[in-house]
Design a binder for this molecule. Structure first.
Ligand code: ADP
Length: 469
């Protein structure tokens, strides 16, 4: 699972804000108090994982760096990351004798993306994962291999994954006097001179001004909090909810890049979570487990779909229902599975001794829900569901779902130097991108944890190329 509950997230964001002093680390120069234009070597837009890594890398290589973050705290969706980092052939793998090779990593990434990912970028990603791991260890973080069955994930030995990561990045950023982090500062437009990107217009607490830079790195994340943009790029997801995101990822960087001629790719591809609410997503096993899973009913108390269909299609079918929502209805047999109890707890579900009582508590028509469940139990199924179960073991449970985008697969096209590309394949001089804003790394499916890796790998590549290292 990548994301945690929104309540936890907000607390983490607040804590991070406090840690950041809500302005800049004490050792760094104070932000300009006037609306005067600024000048620097590298301007990084966005203070999630990719932005912080880019900024640190440029600063440790001697460049002057300004990072602008529109929120009151850094962290982005990276801070709610709840999976480890996917990495191969690390020292951990060597020491533990549990192999996960670079080739395994490459194959898994390409296969998960259904062959649609950019092979060149994936190759760079996997070949740099061991170095990325070493770098995290050098920041003081400590990891273990998740398990012999899941050797691709290295997970932190303690603490909440995303929060620990951002804390470590912030501490590292604070060591560099030549790196200034400006919070509450939103980039609104890239500034161009003779076809080259030379900075960005920003809106800070002290007004609007321009930050001039020799290079700009876009690290603004994805579209997960931009439901209208998601629907524009993929009408199947009209009405998508924003349950799985912090507020910052609203596609700003994508819009700014398009305005200067950037080529986008894979913009119709999103990692959808059909079963999600309250900042969590629930494993589809609670509706797909053969002979056991529950059903989905809409606000009229009707089933409307083969619940076992592909999850991105399922998300779209739920979004077509009233209020773009449905209830997951299941019985004790499903509740007793690990995923059932988890979904019930995280989704703040409702429990009742009879289906009619459950319906009343969920605000559904009791007779209707009883008919729907009876029909399902009798094997009546207009949707050709592959494996039918029974919902007969009391008590019964209902959890509301609000399908959400968990990860934006599409974004700006980049080359192996993380330079942003135009439609004709040439580069936009002075413009780089790293992190979730980049399209093409994952194609139609993402191995969880690869995104944290790509923040590091392409954040570093972007920063180094931007300063000629
Ligand atoms: P990634 O993993 O790619 O770093 P995140 O979601 O972790 O993505 O971080 C993206 C960050 O970019 C968020 O903190 C978000 O608030 C910030 N951001 C988005 N748009 C802007 C903008 N226009 N100006 C400044 N910061 C922005």
């Amino acid at each position: 699972m990548r994301r945690l509950g929104m309540a936890i997230v907000l607390i983490l964001v607040l804590i991070t804000g406090i840690l950041a002093g809500c302005t800049t680390p004490a050792s760094q120069p104070q932000p300009a108090q006037s609306s005067k234009d600024l000048s620097t070597d590298v301007l990084v837009i966005g203070g999630g994982g990719a932005g912080l890594v880019s900024a640190i890398t440029a600063a440790e290589n001697g460049a002057n760096v300004v990072l602008v973050e529109k929120m009151p705290a850094v962290g982005g969706n990276t801070i709610i990351s709840a999976t480890g980092i996917t990495a191969s052939d690390t020292q951990l793998h060597k020491d533990s004798g549990i192999p996960f090779t670079v080739e395994d990593h490459y194959k898994r990434t390409i296969e998960t993306g259904k062959g649609l990912a950019d092979e060149k970028l994936v190759r760079i990603l996997v070949e740099n994962s061991s170095d990325a791991y070493d770098w995290l260890v050098s920041l003081g973080l400590s990891y273990k291999i998740q398990s012999a069955e899941e050797p691709f994930w290295i997970v932190p030995t303690e603490g909440h994954y995303g929060a620990e990561l951002i804390k470590a990045y912030q501490a590292e950023a604070g060591k560099h006097k030549n790196l200034e982090i400006k919070l509450n500062t939103k980039a609104t437009e890239l500034v161009t001179e003779e076809g080259k990107i030379v900075g960005a217009k920003v809106q800070g607490q002290d007004g609007e001004y321009v930050i001039k830079a020799k290079a700009v790195i876009l690290a603004t994340g994805g579209l997960n909090n931009a439901p209208d943009m998601i629907a524009e790029y993929n009408p199947n997801y009209k009405g998508v909810h924003a349950e799985m995101t912090t507020p910052g990822p609203t596609g700003d960087g994508i819009k700014m890049a398009v305005e200067v001629g950037a080529k986008l790719r894979d913009m119709d591809l999103f990692q959808m979570r059909p079963l999600s609410s309250n900042g969590n997503w629930y494993r589809e096993t609670i509706i797909t487990e053969e002979g056991k899973g529950g059903i989905l009913v809409n606000l009229d108390g009707d089933r409307f779909v083969d619940e076992t269909m592909k999850i991105w299609d399922l998300a779209s079918e739920i979004l077509k229902q009233k209020e773009g929502t449905a209830y997951i209805i299941f019985d004790t047999d499903v509740y007793d599975t690990k995923d059932g109890k988890k979904a019930f707890d995280l989704g703040k579900g409702i429990k009742a001794d009879t289906i009619e009582e459950l319906a009343v508590q969920l605000g559904l028509d009791p007779a209707k829900l009883k008919d729907t469940v009876d029909a399902y139990n009798a094997g009546q199924d207009p949707f050709n569901r592959k494996a039918m179960g029974k919902i007969t073991a009391a008590p019964f449970y209902g959890v509301k779902t609000l399908p959400s985008s968990h990860y934006t697969m599409g974004g700006v096209s980049i080359n192996e130097n993380a330079q942003v590309l135009k439609e004709d394949g040439t580069t936009i001089e002075g413009l780089y991108a790293a992190g979730e804003i980049v399209g093409g790394l994952y194609g139609a499916g993402r191995v969880a944890g690869n995104n944290t890796l790509d923040d590091i790998v392409f954040g570093k590549i972007a920063a180094k190329h931007a300063i000629g290292k």
